[in-house]
Each structure stands twice: as C-alpha cells, then as structure tokens.
Write a new protein. Structure first.
Lengths: 260, 157
C-alpha cells in the first residue's frame, strides 16, 4: 500500500461488500464470503484486530478501522437468490486478485461491473438444462421413455415459469408452490392426453428439478463450520421449500386427481 | 441399472447447466453424479441399508468435490451440489405427499422417515469429509512449512 495514492476507504468497502453480496447471491457458503471479505479488508491495510464481519444469509455487516484511522461500518441486505457458479468462480478469483494487488476504487468498480454484467449462459441452455434434469430423473425412478419426454416438456415449463415469476412473486415459498402446482397440472394434462404413462414418475422427475439441493448442502456446510445462524436459516428455508413443492403437487392431485 | 446410471448422468449434467457451471466442469459434474449413483447401488446391494448406502455415496461425493475443486481451482460447493443430486430423496418426497393426500398413512410414514434418513445420511457424509479435509489441509500446510524451513536451513548452511 503506497501512501501516494489516496484511497477512499468507504467506497472501497462498498465495493468489497458488493463482491460479498454477489457471492452470496450466486450460492456461495457464508464462511467463504466471510473469509473473502476479511482478507480483502486486511489487504487494504485495515487493522486485522478491528475487522468485524458478520454474515447471515440475508445480511452482511462489516466494521473496519481504515488505515487513516476512520471507523467505517456498512450493512448490506441481501434478498436475491440466483445460483450462478461460473460467476462465483470469477468473484472468487477477483477477491484473490484484490488481496494481492489492492486496486483503486475505480479499477475495483470496473472489475466488479465487468463480472456482474458479463454473459454467462445462453438463454436456451438453461431450458435445455431444466429439461435434462427432469427427463434424466424420470427413467431414473422407473419411468418409460415417453414419460421422460413429458418430463422434459415440464422441465422447460418450470424454467420458463421461474423466469416469468421471478420479478412478480417475492415470497420464495409461494413462488415454489405456484411452480410446483403448475408442473403438477401439466403432468396430469400430459398423462390425460395419453402422452405419458406414469404420472408419479413424471412428477418425481419434475420434483428433482425444484428440490432445494443447493440450500441443503450449503446449510450443512455452514453449520459445520460453526455458522449456526445461517445454517439454520438455510435449512429452514430448504425444508419449507420442500414442503411447498409437496403442497403444490398435493393440491393438483386433490383438485384434478379425480380426472384420472 | 444402466438406465438409472444414464439417467443420473443426464440429470446431474442438466443440474450443472441450471446452476451455470462453466465449460468442461459440467461434464465432470455429470460423471460425478453417475459414479455417485453407481457407488450407492453397489453399497445398497452390499448392506441393504438406506442410511449406510447414502452415507458411503455422500462420502464419495465429498471427496470427489474436494479433488475436483483442487484440479479445477474452483470452490468445492460447485461439485458437491451437482454430483450429489441423484442422492436427494425426490421420490420419497413425492410418495410421502401422495400417501398424505390419499390418506395412506403407512406410505406417508414410511416415505417420510426414509426421506429424513437419507437427508441425515447425506449430511453426515458431507460433514465427515469436510472435517477430514480440514485436518488433511492442516497437515499438508504443516509439511510444507517444515519442508521450506528445511530447505532454508540447507541453503543457509
């Protein structure tokens, strides 16, 4: 750290929090984000004994004592959730780069913007992925090839609805309930039309796409590393989402099951 | 069994795409999912216990993820989630719900307890790997510093 370039530490801390926020949104574990933020603050010359980083899944709080003696506290509320491992990988690299080079605020901001607005995936690829999950797991649980085809269609539908509803419904539980109910209705319709043979296998295939696996693995890792708060939050979230999936499917079976 | 393995491969591959893993790593995730399911099937044949079979398979996933993270220089979570997907009890969840809706209590209780058992087994598997890797890492780092010290001593002489 040369003294010649004067750093605006409040702005830099804001950039560091941006990196941390995006990491959480992309599906990083709390401990990783905590560690990254701590290291980045330390590399800019903040007193290591005066760096306090507290993170739970929806909130980041950091207090540091900047090298110029000023005490800075910033809080960030994290409400989005959009798994993107390619981006997390890049953010991880960026945080290492920040630790070794200490870029100025403008450079840091430019680097973050480049990562956030970068292109990660073609739109159709996600539809293909969704179709692959549902179509792959239908024969996995004993469905026929025609069931797999139906499940593939439902997979595309689920991804489409996720895109469509993402900005309209903020409550994740209700969001998942709607999607699950829609997937259940589509499954019943496809079986009724004679395209699919086994309703249960098709529904299981579509459940596998919605199942909160990422939340579950992350919650276990968080709790294990000693982050009980975030681990419990994520676990509760995973259980509620699993419940919402089951309720959505159950609702369709209760309402439309008589048609079969 | 081959159908299941192919299904697990395609499913894990698809999940890798959905969570936006990049490039060649998607393929590794798919292969990981397939091997995980193979190991699960083998251990289930051997011990006939959901708990132990899932535990063994998830321990494999844990090590697979750690190795892949080292090889590709990426965070561990990426492979941990994608390769473990075939183990998650989606089918049990469905049958538990179905049992509840059709007032088939036996089906509900059986499926729900199995689902919970599987989830716990997966968690314990992951936990054991993470704890092991923590000590392995510490050991490697210790060895490294010792080696460096030795090297430095010899150079000084």
């Amino acid at each position: 750290m040369s003294d010649s370039k004067k750093n605006d530490y409040e702005k830099i801390l804001q950039c560091i929090l941006d990196i941390g926020e995006e990491m959480l949104v992309c599906g990083g574990e709390v401990s990783r984000v905590q560690d990254s933020i701590f290291r980045m603050c330390e590399s800019y010359g903040a007193d290591p004994t005066r760096i306090n980083v507290f993170i739970i899944t929806s909130n980041i709080q950091v207090t540091i004592q900047a090298p110029d003696g000023k005490i800075i506290t910033q809080i960030r509320c994290v409400v989005r959730n959009n798994p993107n491992f390619a981006m997390m990988d890049k953010l991880n690299d960026l945080s290492r780069y920040v630790c070794s080079v200490n870029p100025t605020e403008e450079e840091l901001r430019a680097a973050i913007d480049k990562i956030i607005h970068g292109a990660y995936q073609k739109r159709w690829l996600k539809y293909l992925g969704g179709a692959m999950v549902t179509a792959g797991f239908t024969p996995f649980f004993g469905g026929t090839l025609r069931d797999a085809m139906c499940a593939g269609i439902i997979g595309v539908l689920i991804i489409f609805l996720e895109r469509f509803l993402a900005n309209k419904e903020k409550n994740e539980i209700v969001f998942i309930f709607f999607i699950s109910a829609a997937a259940g209705m589509a499954a019943i319709a496809l079986v009724k039309l004679g395209l699919g043979n086994n309703l249960d296998k098709i529904m299981i295939g579509s459940i596998m796409l919605m199942i909160p696996g990422l939340h579950m693995t992350n919650s276990i890792r968080d709790m294990l590393i000693g982050d009980l708060g975030s681990g419990l939050l994520r676990l509760t979230n995973a259980l509620l989402v699993a419940g919402a999936i089951a309720c959505g499917m159950a609702a369709t079976i209760i309402v439309f099951g008589g048609l079969l | 069994m081959i159908i299941q393995l192919v299904g697990a491969f395609i499913g894990s591959l698809g999940f890798g795409i959905v969570v936006k893993i990049k490039g060649k790593q998607i393929l590794y995730a798919g292969i990981g999912g397939m091997i995980t399911w193979y190991i699960y099937l083998m251990s289930y044949n051997a011990v006939e216990s959901y708990f132990i079979a899932n535990f063994i398979a998830s321990v494999f996933v844990g090590f697979f993820a750690e190795v892949m993270a080292r090889v590709n220089k990426t965070p561990t979570t990426i492979f941990l989630t994608a390769a473990a997907i075939p183990l998650f009890p989606g089918g049990r969840l469905y049958y538990a719900m179905y049992g509840l809706v059709t007032e088939n209590n036996q089906l509900f209780v059986q499926s729900a307890t199995t689902a919970a058992t599987i989830a716990i087994a997966i968690s314990i598997g992951f936990m054991s790997v993470t704890v092991c890797m923590k000590y392995v890492n510490k050991f490697i780092r210790l060895r490294q510093t010792q080696m460096e010290k030795k090297l430095k001593d010899t150079i000084d002489k």
